[in-house]
Design a protein around this ligand. Structure first.
Ligand code: CP
Length: 286
């Protein structure tokens, strides 16, 4: 075979999924890699800390360089909001947002919706209409919150945001969301309690006096669940600060769906990659 002369009919190759994680991850990166492999795709992680970015290469130049190696998908996580769009401007690969700053984490919202629908036996997203969801905690700094709120409002769920002003600023009620400053009233009668991680890495300065104080006022305990919403299921995007957002007893309770969320992450990411792969093939044919 002559160098540079191969065509797609001569060299068949699997789709290549390249992961670029500028922020740490356990669930998202691993599940994208597992999803890709289960679909028969190849995966490669660009070790960003040991890449030429550390020598001063711009992100745009890095993306153009790796795009010359023909990846089909770039799965991008970055601490700055908007980075996936910046990446997409420098590549023909399909770019998937795996979390950008405090803005969006779309596949997390999809796997959360799947978990909720499975539990309640809801066939369609629209069947979540009227479901009472209490989201508790650090909404202000959470990309998971933003993606879920967009999806839940599309589905017509009845959402209450629960937390102190530092975590659920007044602006949310001005935007039309129901806000509750008291955990007991906020979760009372809920079908779903969605706890958010206290995101110290995105907070400037001390947002709440201490972890202990946060737990005292907003932590999920078995007693509080049993008293105020005994029929509710509990979700959390992970990683969980045990003893802060929720107690270990809640994590171990059958109402806690955190492990189901993780398992569903693989299915959802398989679906996302599969739909995009079909679209890419269609475009090539078209
Ligand atoms: N939920 C979530 O994004 O977890 P990771 O940071 O471990 O990927």
């Amino acid at each position: 075979m002559e160098f540079g002369s191969s065509t797609s009919s001569q060299v068949r190759r699997n789709a290549l999924v390249l992961t670029l994680f500028f922020e740490n991850s356990t669930r998202t990166r691993t599940s994208f890699e597992i999803a890709a492999r289960r679909l028969g795709m190849d995966t490669l992680n660009l070790e960003v800390n040991s890449s030429s970015l550390s020598k001063g290469e711009s992100l745009g130049d890095t993306i153009r360089t790796i795009s010359m190696m023909s990846p089909d998908f770039l799965v991008v996580r970055h601490q700055r909001a908007g980075t996936p769009e910046l990446v997409a401007a420098h590549t023909d690969a399909s770019v998937i947002n795996a979390g950008d700053g405090a803005r969006e984490h779309p596949t997390q919202a999809l796997l959360d919706a799947l978990t909720i629908r499975q539990h309640f036996g809801l066939n369609r997203l629209a069947d979540m209409r009227g479901l009472r969801i209490a989201m508790v905690g650090d909404v202000a700094h959470s990309r998971v919150a933003r993606s879920n709120l967009a999806l839940w409002s599309m589905a017509g769920a009845s959402v209450t945001l629960v937390g102190p002003k530092a975590f659920v600023p007044e602006g949310f009620s001005e935007l039309g969301w129901t806000v509750c400053r008291d955990l007991k009233s906020g979760i009372s009668g809920a079908d779903v309690v969605y706890a958010l991680r206290v995101q110290t890495e995105r907070q400037s300065g001390v947002m709440y006096p201490s972890s202990g104080e946060y737990r005292q006022h907003f932590g999920l305990t078995l007693d509080r669940l049993d008293l105020h919403c005994p029929g509710a299921v509990v979700l959390h995007p992970g990683p969980v600060n045990r003893g802060v957002e929720m107690d270990s007893q809640v994590m171990a309770d059958p109402r806690c769906l955190v492990e189901r969320q993780v398992a569903n992450g693989v299915w959802v990411r398989m679906a996302v990659l599969s739909v995009l792969d079909d679209a890419r093939r269609e475009m090539r044919r078209g």
